[in-house]
Design a protein. Structure first.
Length: 178
């Protein structure tokens, strides 16, 4: 009798440990943080000898150099835009209206620190179940799941309002005549 009780306790403990492994949502499972980000590795630009060494920019400690990758500027140039505007800190005329509207109620100086503190508090209050904390499982996405935008419901809402959504997939309810 005593042996059966020990086996039952071991089986129950194993069952509880296994049940904590399933989050129910396949998108939330297996979030690995111990591997390198394959999209974070960018090849450097080829080295080119300038026509004159006086054309080279002045070296700046911890600054950029001509061989550093600039994916955002390269993408803008590939799409026909001006890549110099990507790195320019100057506010252009077309952006002034957006900045004025976004800052109409004022802009706190410490907004980044405030948001980081609020985010940390939110994640501490919603940090998962006991076994998730014990086994250091990432629950970041799960903590914010209730705040996530349901893209399909939002698309249906916009289409219901008559908003054109050309980049979204076609509505499956609409028949296209050939």
């Amino acid at each position: 009798m005593r042996g059966n009780f020990g086996i039952s306790v071991i089986m129950l403990t194993g069952l509880m440990a296994l049940s904590a492994c399933d989050s129910g949502d396949p998108h939330l499972m297996n979030i690995r943080t111990d591997t390198p980000d394959e999209f974070g590795v960018l090849p450097s630009k080829p080295l080119v000898q300038p026509e004159s060494y006086t054309e080279l920019p002045e070296p700046t400690p911890n600054g950029t150099n001509l061989a550093d990758p600039t994916p955002e500027a390269d993408a803008v140039a590939a799409l026909g835009g001006n890549p110099d505007l990507v790195t320019s800190p100057q506010i252009r005329a077309g952006e002034q209206g957006l900045i004025s509207y976004a800052s109409r109620y004022g802009v706190p100086e410490d907004i980044r620190d405030t948001v980081a503190t609020e985010d940390l508090e939110w994640r501490r209050d919603h940090n998962g179940r006991l076994l998730e904390r014990l086994f250091n499982v990432n629950v970041y996405i799960k903590a914010y799941a209730q705040m996530a935008l349901d893209q399909h419901r939002e698309l249906a809402r916009l289409r219901g309002l008559g908003v054109k959504t050309p980049s979204a997939p076609p509505d499956p309810q609409v028949q296209i005549d050939n």
